[in-house]
Design a binder for this molecule. Structure first.
Ligand SMILES: [Fe+2]
Length: 164
């Protein structure tokens, strides 16, 4: 008895979706640990804002990690849980020692750029397999990330009266 049989999805067709979700899971795990580092190491005038913000962002990443892993299970795969294996396939680098607002926000913006490109590819793959639920899940991530990019850029933009 398999979940896929009840979902009316084809195991062969969703195999590409599962493989891509595994890579996205690895990326999110690295992103999550990078955010923990930013939360701990941030210094300077942005501390109180960014320390809290990074905590809410890693909590959000943790929720998405669980959603991606459970979607892999629904599609007949087994989500990877070993961090050593995440590092073999993750496409975003681990970072440490990031303590400034600019460097942490720049890192997050670049990570989001990567996520949004990969999620768009994954949405196409999911649609090819008639997997509208995965496509919808990732469209929701895209919607949140596009808004977060706008907010992070607004946060990073100096106004006329700032000297530094
Ligand atoms: Fe904390």
């Amino acid at each position: 008895m398999k979940t896929l049989d009840y979902l009316n999805l084809n195991e062969v067709k969703v195999a590409n979706v599962v493989a891509s979700l595994q890579n996205l899971l690895a990326d999110f795990q690295v992103y999550y640990t990078n955010l923990r580092g930013f939360h701990w190491e941030i210094k300077g005038r942005g501390f109180f804002v960014l320390h809290e913000k990074f905590e809410s962002m890693y909590d959000d990443a943790a929720a998405k990690i669980d959603e991606i892993a459970e979607r892999i299970l629904m599609l007949g795969g087994t989500p990877e849980n070993k961090f050593s294996n995440y590092l073999k396939v993750a496409r975003i680098p681990e970072v440490s020692g990031v303590s400034t607002s600019r460097d942490s926000v720049d890192n997050i913006l670049n990570t989001y750029k990567h996520f949004m490109a990969e999620e768009r590819k994954l949405i196409d793959l999911a649609n090819e397999a008639n997997d509208v639920v995965t496509a919808d899940l990732l469209t929701g991530y895209l919607k949140e990330q596009e808004k977060m990019v706008w907010m992070l850029i607004a946060f990073s933009t100096k106004n006329c009266c700032e000297t530094k």
